[in-house]
Design a protein around this ligand. Sequence first.
Ligand code: AMP
Length: 191
Amino acid sequence: MLNIVLFGKPGSGKGTQANFLKDKYNLVHISTGDVFRKNIKNQTELGLKAEAYTQNGELVPDDVTVLMLENEIKQNLPCKGFIFDGFPRTLYQADEMNKILFKYKMKLSAIVALDVDDDLLTDRLLKRGLISGRSDDQSREKILTRLNEYRNKTEPLIEYYSKINRFHSVSGVGEIHEISLRLLDLVESVK
Ligand code: AMP
């Protein structure tokens, strides 16, 4: 199996690149943000739990998110592999993910962060907000909350994964296809 974790700040292009890798390697793409948005739209129990957090740009509590992730994995097995887009985002989630992977006899092939600086991201997100209609893309304040959540809760994962030598950082600046090629090189080297 080829299992890739793709993380990066909001607006770093995770979704676009995850889609590219999914098509290229025939993987199942699990975007936790998309799963939350779908559930919020359908007002499911999960959606109701997640709604206030996602709308404010805060992370959804770990217990809710971890349960959701395990369900998504279970529903899609067997498969050639997964691309995890936006999970894990906290150290607790990373620990829980290890337990889930062990349970289903899976291993991570690579953890990749798309690297883009904050000023560029704020501009990208405000522009995306005009098209996506996503409420968390609409205001500088919410974008700032999301960037702070990333810095405080998600960035520690870089050290966590660097210790097991599975961590890679790829520049997320440039044309979409250039970034895809960088990712492709990396995935080919870990496959
Ligand atoms: P994204 O589409 O990845 O930018 O995620 C949108 C929103 O969904 C985030 O701002 C969080 O509110 C929520 N979310 C997505 N993934 C996670 C996660 N792994 N842990 C907690 N909340 C998450």
